[in-house]
Design a binder for this molecule. Structure first.
Ligand code: PEP
Ligand code: MG
Length: 594
């Protein structure tokens, strides 16, 4: 039966393929394709792991002390029965043979199928056996991991292998932590859907950086969609069509081809400088998460990196943070890849929906801190960990000997924070001098993400060289909307008059102070806001490399001087979006007439 699921569109385009349901807790299981010749040995691996678990359970049963309650032995029998049931290993073989999934992936795919069947059982006792099945699968996965000499939570094992399979695969999960999304950058999936999340949640941001269609905040896609269903992800509309009719499929295949043609057309603008019709030059910088993303930035025609989210180097390391040398090598790699263009490295911005260890947003909501977005995150955390902070500063400064580096501080709200940062920088420079390390001139910038920083900008500007406006958080904190919470996603409004006033005020104050200002939040990469930001006087945008071509196209067709005439009316309007759309359309048509 065909049906649709609605969510929040976060990454454009159309993807058509088969659903791969992955439980959030199983996202770190290796997902890769094996070759035809590996099928037999992969099945043997799965069977060996099963036999090992069978032995484990039999031994446990035999070793039970005489006074053990009878229920425990019965439970072990249930586990043994589940282990030997054809529905588990027999069907796992199917995924290996038909789909070329590796054993771990095949096993978790089958777990999803069976778990669904358990959920639908009427009988309470039988329904509760799902937990037993999960424990059995967990044991088999551990046996497989032991055989490979690594733990089952080795996220780095998600790799892409060549496979001549015809059907693209689309990931369906209740939730995906940002760090897990990073693993999927190198994975086999062509699109993804989650139940949880908002447009500027970090999971969505990483999806956009991968440039694959994605829909989040569907609330129940992972419950309604079944393993292997055919699905269409419409990343523009935020809809997911499950088991589409042939006519529907044809229509979406046509749209897919159209958007590929459009991408190819836009890619030709790569070497065209971003200059408006009235001669205003605009910097189009890239947002990157890892040094390896710098290549895509250069390829897309970025003129620098406006935001290197260094926190992704710190995530999922089991509490161990990257040392100074490791960080230095990463920053140097990005700097060298940008070939003399500026690289803006943001100091670690962990916390809120970017935890250091692998916790999904839904887990975070129930963990540790009541209000993580307002807690010890970003610069607050760095200042609370001075030696970690100085270590990062040293690594960033050392990288500046190899190219143009700018230092960006997230979540600044107090002048005192800026003073402490300046002191740390002085100390670090002294340490580098003493150790004989070379470093260059590093401009210091702060992010404007908290309304307080926007309101007191003239005071901050006296102490820093540049500012970068993080609209994702600025909107979150101005409107008191959790950016990762789909329940309030409809209230997350970049067109809100208060947001626009803070944005326009920050751009104009920075410009009047002669300091450079850019926007590196998601608004910068959305062509729907390009005219508005140009009109407000913004001349430096930072976004994911994949978004550069369409923003550049809008810039090439804009007359910044004309657009700016509409700003006052937009800021004073009760419906700024409508006012802006009408005013900017009118400016463009005058342009055409002249
Ligand atoms: C922002 O808040 O707009 C921003 C760019 O930072 P992040 O999305 O990483 O919080
Ligand atoms: Mg931010």
């Amino acid at each position: 039966m065909s049906f649709q699921v609605f969510g929040i569109p976060v990454s454009r385009g159309v993807a058509i393929g088969r659903a791969v349901l992955v439980a959030s807790s199983r996202l770190d299981v290796a997902h890769y394709f094996i070759t035809e010749s590996q099928i037999e040995s992969e099945i043997k691996r799965a069977l060996r792991a099963r036999d090992e678990v069978a032995l484990e359970l039999e031994t446990l049963k035999q070793d039970l002390p005489g006074d053990t309650p009878h229920e425990l032995a019965a439970l072990l029998d249930v586990h043994l029965m589940l282990l030997h049931d054809e529905a588990l290993l027999g069907a796992t073989k199917h995924w290996i043979v038909e789909r070329h999934y590796n054993a771990e992936w095949a096993l978790s795919a089958q777990l999803e199928v069976l778990a669904r069947q358990f959920d639908e059982m009427e009988d309470d006792y039988l329904r509760e056996r799902k937990a037993d099945l999960e424990q059995v699968v967990e044991r088999i996965l551990s046996a497989l991991a032991r055989e490979q000499g690594k733990s089952p939570t080795d996220a780095a094992s998600v790799v892409q292998r060549d496979f001549a399979g015809e059907d693209p695969l689309l990931l369906v999960a209740a939730d995906i932590a940002p760090a897990d999304m990073m693993q999927f950058k190198r994975s086999v999936f062509h699109g993804f859907i989650t139940d949880i999340g908002g447009k500027t949640s970090h999971t969505a941001i990483v999806a956009r950086s991968m440039d694959i269609p994605a829909v989040v905040g569907t609330r129940e896609a992972s419950r309604l969609i079944r393993q292997d269903d055919w699905i269409i992800i419409d990343g523009d509309a935020g809809t997911v069509i499950v088991n589409p009719s042939p006519i529907m499929l044809e229509e979406y295949r046509f749209r897919q081809r159209q958007s590929e043609l459009e991408r190819a057309r836009l890619a030709r603008l790569r070497h065209t400088p971003a200059v408006t019709l009235d001669g205003e030059r605009v910097e189009l910088h890239a947002n990157i998460e890892l040094p390896s993303d710098a290549a895509a930035a250069v390829e897309a025609g970025a003129t620098g990196v406006g935001l290197f989210r260094s926190e992704f180097l710190f995530m999922n390391r089991g509490g161990e943070l990257p040392g100074e040398d490791e960080q230095f090598l990463a920053y140097r790699a990005a700097v060298e890849a940008m070939r003399g263009m500026p690289v803006t490295i943001r100091t670690v911005d962990v916390g809120a929906d970017k935890p250091l260890d692998r916790l999904s947003v839904s887990e975070l909501r129930h963990e540790h801190v009541l209000n993580p977005a307002m807690g010890l995150r970003a610069i607050r955390w760095s200042l609370a960990e001075p030696s970690m902070f100085r270590q990062q500063l040293r690594a960033i400064y050392r990288a500046s000997a190899f190219g143009k580096v700018r230092l960006l501080i997230p979540m600044v709200a107090h002048l005192n924070e800026v003073r402490q940062i300046l002191e740390s920088i002085k100390k670090v420079q002294q340490q580098l001098n003493d150790a004989g390390h070379a470093y260059g001139l590093v401009a210091l910038g702060v992010m404007i993400e908290i309304p307080a920083a926007a309101v007191m900008l003239p005071l901050l500007l006296k102490h820093v060289d540049f500012v970068s406006i993080g609209t994702n958080d600025l909107i979150q904190y101005t409107l008191a909307i959790d950016r990762a919470d789909e329940a309030v996603a409809h209230l997350y409004d970049p067109w809100h008059p208060a947001v626009l006033q803070l944005l326009a005020g920050s751009i104009s104050q920075a410009r009047s102070a002669g300091k450079s200002v850019s926007v590196c939040g998601e608004m910068a990469g959305d062509p729907a806001f390009t005219d508005l930001l140009l009109a407000m006087g913004l001349r430096s945008f930072s976004m994911h490399p994949s978004q550069i071509p369409s923003v550049k196209q809008r810039i090439l067709r804009a007359d910044a001087g004309r657009l700016s005439r509409a700003v006052t009316a937009v800021l004073q309007s009760e419906d700024p979006q409508r006012e802006a759309e009408q005013a900017f359309a009118a400016q463009r048509s005058k342009q055409v007439l002249q």
